[in-house]
Design a protein around this ligand. Structure first.
Ligand SMILES: C[S@@+](CC[C@H](N)C(=O)[O-])C[C@H]1O[C@@H](n2cnc3c(N)ncnc32)[C@H](O)[C@@H]1O
Length: 234
């Protein structure tokens, strides 16, 4: 998809007006239905989760579309809510998630390096999130990387190719997160960015999303609440 069609897609996704008919049918109706059926499995309040039910269901759906043995990288795991929905889809594919977050490590460093949009008090620990994921039946399918996306990208094993990159970390670094991991994406990999809608998200992410999806060619662009996603095809 060229830059012009990306702009048209984003204008439509971000517009307040008119029914959101994409590819001839109402995607929001489908997303809401998916949210009702599949987006309420894990306790959002207990996890301190930050995704909507419709977004949760679609994370499962997209993770279930990776190739057999596929790899998802999650930037910004927090309490493991989105991670659980990703793993639910990945399980069908015998896949694996690498979830990156500083968790509750060195809170002074986090105050400097993160965007202060997520409260640092009572941040879930890596051990707590690991326990949750095990309890949810995902033992052996996840690696929790305690640290920052930029460090994880710098140390990334180039042999591990990524089929789905989910960006929900520092809201001022979505573009950087994309660029850091881009060299490790498999052809056709999905990229999804949270908080990327002017009404439900953050302006810095909105700007970065324009840059991300205007670069190169993309297929299957989709908008679900504050998520913008597509598959990188060139
Ligand atoms: C909005 S929350 C993630 C919510 C989670 N995806 C969910 O839906 O439940 C953002 C998380 O990203 C973390 N974070 C901030 N900067 C980061 C970075 N550079 N790398 C990884 N995680 C980061 C924050 O500490 C916070 O835990």
């Amino acid at each position: 998809m060229a830059e012009d069609s990306t702009n048209t897609f984003l204008e439509k996704a971000w517009s307040d007006k008119g029914p959101k008919l994409i590819s001839g049918f109402s995607r929001p109706v489908y997303h809401n239905l998916m949210g009702l059926l599949r987006g309420r499995r894990y306790d959002k309040r207990a996890y301190g989760g930050m995704i909507r039910h419709t977004e949760a269901a679609m994370l499962t759906q997209w993770a279930g579309q990776v190739p057999e043995g596929g790899v998802v990288v999650e930037i910004g795991c927090y309490g493991g809510l989105s991670t659980s929905y990703l793993l639910r889809g990945l399980k069908k594919r015998n896949g694996r998630v690498y979830a990156i977050d500083p968790f509750n490590s060195d809170l002074d460093k986090q105050a400097q390096l993160t965007d202060n949009l997520v409260p640092l008090d009572n941040k879930p620990t890596r051990a707590l999130v690991a326990e949750r994921l095990r309890r949810n039946g995902f033992e052996g399918r996840f690696e929790l990387i305690e640290g920052y996306s930029q460090e994880a990208a710098a140390q990334w094993d180039p042999a591990v190719k990524i089929d789905f990159l989910w960006i929900d970390g520092n809201h001022e670094q979505a573009w950087r997160d994309f660029k850091d991991f881009q060299p490790h994406l498999n052809p056709g990999a999905r990229v999804a960015v949270h908080d990327a809608h002017p009404r439900y998200g953050y302006q810095a992410v909105v700007q970065d999303v324009k840059r991300i999806f205007s670069e190169g060619a993309w297929a299957d662009l989709e908008h679900v609440k504050s998520i913008i996603t597509g598959r990188k095809v060139g």
